[in-house]
Write a protein that binds this ligand. Sequence first.
Ligand SMILES: [Zn+2]
Length: 177
Amino acid sequence: MVPFYCENKHTGIGSAIEYAICVLEVKVIVVIGHSCCGGIKTILSLKDGADDSFKFVEDWVGIGLSAKRKVEDEYSGKPPEEQCAFLEKAVVDVSLDNLRTYPFVKDGVDNGTVKLVGGHYDFVSGKFDTWKATTLADRKMDSDEKRLRTGFDKFRTEVYDKKPDLFERLKTKQKPR
Ligand SMILES: [Zn+2]
């Protein structure tokens, strides 16, 4: 899990990323989640306001809390294994977003010298997925497009197909009255 950029917290991970990009000139960063992840199970079991049972773990897995909210919205009522599988990938996306908050990573992505890739290793089924990191703006565009398409599909099935007489003139290219 990659935390949000902060100069005086998680300095270990900050230096690892900075050294990789600025000195080793790493071209691709792959963030890989995996099946049966204890960290992901811990995120799902965190209760609001409860005391921490560990010294570090809660703080660390808390990085993925925003993705947990997505699970609660979209996967509530689903079996825990399904929630875990979804969260294993969603937390990778959070890490990829957080990577872009490091100025040297953002610069690299913006000028095309650094690529960010998401991955998930399911060692139960032996499947390995990868995907290109998308930006929040890309995802907003995708959801706008989906909304537009859903709106059009709805119009087509609920109005266009049900009331053909309304559109007869358009179909035969006559001028509307
Ligand atoms: Zn894990």
